[in-house]
Write a protein that binds this ligand. Sequence first.
Ligand code: ADP
Length: 273
Amino acid sequence: RQVYAQQQALEQHAKSLEMTVLERTRELIEANAVKDEFISIASHELKTPLASLKGMAQLLHRRLIRASSPEVASLVSMENSIRRIEVLVNDLLNISSLETGLFDLHCQRCCVVELTQRLVDEYVSGVNPHPVISTHFPDKDFEAEIDVERLGQVVINLLSNARKYSVTGSPIDVIVTRQEQTYTISVSDTGSGIPQEMLPFIFERFYRVPGVEVQTGSSVGFGLGLYVSRQIVERHGGRIEVESTPGKGSVFSLVLPLPAAPTSSDASVEDAS
Ligand code: ADP
């Protein structure tokens, strides 16, 4: 009888434990949904005033340049700050659309090298002092199906990290190569590098390598850029690879699929139409 009583008590205990776990899980799911909604609303609400702030700063910039005003330098630093907030808000917006599943790609066929060069030029001209970025394009004329906006954001994120985690003025290299079924966009820097044991975590959301300093004038970041980048690259059917040596630098490579070559049966269907 004693054993039976003990068994009953154990079963009762197990049941109440199960209830607690279920309740706790439900609470966590609800809290997570509230958090996602908050991030989504907050980032949308921030985007509009930020856009008008950016527009006004650009207008003022043009006027001050025309008037040869010495205040241009202050305005440039204000524009840099606006750009940094913009990156953070975009990361938050991206994460909210990733979490809620509202994340479609709008791919178009475009020349990979032209796109990469344009992104590098845009990035260099938008940052002060202008970073030193060399490009190497051994294979020039090939196209791929790309969501230009989203993949552009990934490349800009890699360029921004390469600059952010290096000494001011350090060289950054961008290389685009073509393989049989894939192409690779690599961004390498000679910055702080990442310890081997941290590499598996850097693509997790909100992860930042502890104790790493960013270049003066760069924003610290939320640890979201690589998480968002990986989602975008994987949606394109690709992957991100990283090689890094602490104190020497890092190479981040986007390996993406090339469109399948048309088969002979595709050609005959085209001929027939
Ligand atoms: P963050 O906004 O913090 O830069 P990311 O998701 O882009 O977030 O990167 C995650 C972490 O990975 C960074 O906090 C940094 O510690 C490390 N990291 C990313 N890129 C580099 C790089 N090029 N060199 C050194 N560390 C890097």
